[in-house]
Structure formats: structure tokens, C-alpha cells
Design a protein around this ligand. Structure first.
Ligand SMILES: Nc1ncnc2c1ncn2[C@@H]1O[C@H](COP(=O)(O)OP(=O)(O)OP(=O)(O)O)[C@@H](O)[C@H]1O
Length: 247
């Protein structure tokens, strides 16, 4: 597989640790503009750490994170959003006491967009997730798991990202709701040109959705390829698909 000359995000030899626990042991990942890239792997492989390291927590011990060719390794977390990188973290982390409207508003704060841009983005979020429009005044904490996931993604979209990082968007959701979430991600990619890095334990869904994928084992990338290629690999099928709880 030949890499594009100028990936939107390039992660080079990245290492990160929690004290003595080395979670990333020299990771290389590239994401081209307009791609959906899936990162799959078992519990504890380091997938969430990779996403969080892009946002500076934990800090990279060594290696580089290049965004549009610029080295953003060590850039403070609050400055990353200004680079139009947004994340929807594992566990959703919406504000349970705030309304859906206020949660979405929080996503748009500090982005410096105009009122018109904010309103257009809000309408886009409602088109993707009509449920959020219906629940506009409801407190975030009273939404169903699937609705909270929609809200978490909607909030990330309100910052008008070019690159969206999604950590386990289907975690704990019923298959039908998970499908709606994956459909929305595909639509955002195809219609809005959004570039997406998605971490998923549901390898089957993720690799069908993604243009390319990486497999992470114990802090290292062990396989890379197109989604279709990885779905055919016997070792992927054995480890993550056939007979597995995520197939
Ligand atoms: N805050 C933390 N403090 C100490 N160790 C941590 C911390 N967060 C993660 N780790 C460790 O780092 C390693 C990678 O964890 P990480 O959460 O990145 O894996 P993951 O692939 O996202 O797993 P999962 O699918 O279970 O979320 C694991 O060994 C984990 O125990």
C-alpha cells in the first residue's frame, strides 16, 4: 500500500506511557484527507491511548504527530480544537445535567464560528440525528445510550472539525442503533468530506465502514490494509470476527 504524500494526520514512531506501563511502543499511522480509518484491537491494546495522545493526554514520550504537515506533538489540549480536530471520547462524557441544546452549544464554544455557521451546523446535526431535535430541551443524562452517543458526536461536530476521532461509538448499543450511528458517520464522510479515525471493538462494522484499517496489538500496529483486505485476513477473522463476541 503506498501512502499519499501529504496525509492529513501522520503519526510517526509514537510512544506514550502511564508511569511504567508503555501503552504505545512506536506507532505509525497515517490518515489521508477524506478517509475513514479504523483502528481495531483487543481490550488494552492502546487504541484509546493513541487517540488521547493526539490531544496531548498522555503526552508523547517520543515520536511525532503531524497535522497538515505541522508538528503538533506537545501542543496543549485546548489548542488542538482550534486545529479543527474533534473527538467523541469513549464513555461519551456528555454533560448529564445540561439540556441537549446546551450540550451542543458547548461544542461550538471557543471555535470562533459565526452565528450563521453555528446555526447551519446545528441544522446539519439535526438532519443526521433527528432524535436530537426531538429531545432538544431534555437533559443529557435522561437520554438513552444511543441518544447520548448521538449527542456526543453531535457536540463534536458543532466545532466544525476536519478530522473527527471517534472512540468506540457503538459500545453498548443495540445493533439497530449502532447501525444508525455508522450510517451517520458514512454520510458525514461522503457528503461533508469529513475525515474520520474510528476506534472500534466491533471489527466487522468498522472495517466495512472504513477505507483503511490498522490492527493494534499490545501497543504496536501489527497489520494495515484496506478495510476489505483486513476483513479477509484469516488472523483477523479468527481473532476479531468468527466466533468472537464482536462478529
Ligand atoms: N489512566 C491510565 N493509567 C494507567 N494505565 C492506563 C491508563 N489508561 C490506560 N492504561 C493502560 O494502557 C494500556 C492501553 O490502554 P487503552 O485504554 O489505550 O487500550 P484500548 O485498546 O483503548 O482498550 P479498550 O478497548 O479496553 O478501551 C492498557 O494496558 C491500560 O491498562
Amino acid at each position: 500500500m503506498t501512502a499519499a504524500p501529504n496525509p492529513l494526520l501522520a503519526i510517526r514512531s509514537l510512544r506514550a506511557a502511564y508511569g511504567k506501563i508503555e501503552a504505545l511502543k512506536g506507532v505509525d499511522v497515517e490518515i489521508n484527507a477524506g478517509e475513514i480509518v479504523a483502528l481495531i484491537g483487543a481490550n488494552g491494546a492502546g487504541k484509546s491511548t493513541l487517540m488521547m495522545t493526539i490531544f496531548g493526554k498522555p503526552r508523547a514520550r517520543s515520536g511525532q504527530i503531524l497535522y497538515e504537515g505541522r508538528d503538533i506533538t506537545g501542543v496543549p489540549t485546548h489548542e488542538i480544537a482550534h486545529l479543527r480536530i474533534a473527538q467523541s471520547p469513549e464513555g461519551r462524557r456528555i454533560f448529564p445535567r445540561m439540556s441537549v441544546a446546551e450540550n451542543l452549544q458547548m461544542g461550538a464554544d471557543a471555535t470562533g464560528c459565526t452565528d450563521a455557521e453555528r446555526e447551519a451546523t446545528l441544522q446539519r446535526v439535526f438532519t443526521l440525528f433527528p432524535r436530537l431535535k426531538e429531545r432538544y430541551a431534555q437533559r443529557g443524562g435522561t437520554l438513552s445510550g444511543g441518544e447520548q452517543q448521538m449527542l456526543a458526536i453531535g457536540r463534536a461536530l458543532m466545532s466544525r472539525p476536519r478530522l473527527l476521532l471517534l472512540d468506540e461509538p457503538s459500545l453498548g448499543l443495540a445493533p439497530l442503533i449502532a447501525r444508525q450511528i455508522f450510517d451517520a458517520i458514512r454520510t458525514l464522510n461522503r457528503q461533508d468530506g469529513l475525515t474520520v479515525l474510528i476506534v472500534e471493538q466491533n471489527a466487522n462494522h468498522a472495517l466495512k465502514l472504513a477505507h483503511r484499517g490498522y490492527v493494534m496489538v499490545n501497543g504496536l500496529i501489527t497489520l494495515a490494509g484496506t478495510g476489505a483486505e483486513l476483513l479477509q485476513r484469516p488472523e483477523i477473522r479468527a481473532a476479531y470476527l468468527e466466533g468472537g463476541r464482536h462478529g
